[in-house]
Ligand binder design. Sequence first.
Ligand code: SAH
Length: 252
Amino acid sequence: MRIILPKEQIKGQRITISGEKARYLISVLRCNAGDELQVFDGEGSFYKSRISGVDNKEVKIDLLEKIPFDTESPLNLILMQGILKGEKMDLVIQKATELGVKEIIPAITGRSQVRETRKSARWRKIAEEASRQSGRTGIPKVHEPVDFSSWLIANSSLKLKGFIFWEEGGVTIQDARCRIQDKNLHPESCIVNHASPFFIAIGPEGGFTKEEVKLAESMGLIATSLGKRILRAETAAISAAALVQFLMGDMG
Ligand code: SAH
């Protein structure tokens, strides 16, 4: 059994938790006194713990040993996702979290059908839950939605690194990967500097416009293909995150 608690709440040797986290332990995990538990602080450590008491609304936990632990990918992967309708966006957030994405930037593009949303709190909850379930030590940051083109222009000084996935003319992911050249590294090496952000951009249901792809390219992203078949945006996002973790992160 595992839960994530904010670091401030993990103080001393015995802690008492109430509210939603307690309800989760009692009703979903059906914990009992004596059960072993891993308490993650969301910042790279977990505590071997034991439940010392359960009543209707509260759970008492003895923290036994702090263990530094890291399940994070070395790749600082950021997903820019054209906002998708309904549950498809929830799915992408959940799966991107499982796949180790560190930040998610929901984006409104020229062809977005969803042009405004108040779902950030819901998405953050999904990311937190998926982090816990997948044993991640960190929780991805879910940003407030941005306008895709304005965001690119506002960040033009950054010289973005990464791929914009485009079904109408991107290069293969292998070629794209070898075009990534990090400052201070040998220009012919295919080694990626893990410290700097690596972006993957996926369009909404209607895809990116050509102008958006050109703009992203002018900011440093490489237009990249996922093959000849048109994938649904959610399939594309999940595949792209997995492939990039395979090539440059921790799935290889
Ligand atoms: N507008 C298109 C489909 C867009 S698919 C149409 O209906 O024909 C939604 C997003 O998934 C795209 O913007 C792109 O980022 C990604 N995607 C889907 N298939 C892809 C492929 N074969 N190669 C690269 N990206 C793809």
